[in-house]
Design a binder for this molecule. Sequence first.
Ligand SMILES: [Zn+2]
Length: 80
Amino acid sequence: MLDMDSVLLYMDESPAIIKSVYDKRIVGCPGGEGEDEHDVIWFWLEKGKPHECPVCSQYFMLEVVGPGGPPDGHGDDDHH
Ligand SMILES: [Zn+2]
């Protein structure tokens, strides 16, 4: 049996896996081919937080490769 959280993540397509050496990175979504194409939308993708493109509904998930950590020295106060 699938719980609802699992179902929601895999509604139509599998999420796009974005690899990063940091805990978050900026990702641009250009949409898909043909009719699904749209102007590139940029957003921050964070580890453990799937992001859905508001235009084409593609899901993105961050896969951290390496030690992770913030992408730059200055921390932001956006945690919990
Ligand atoms: Zn998109």
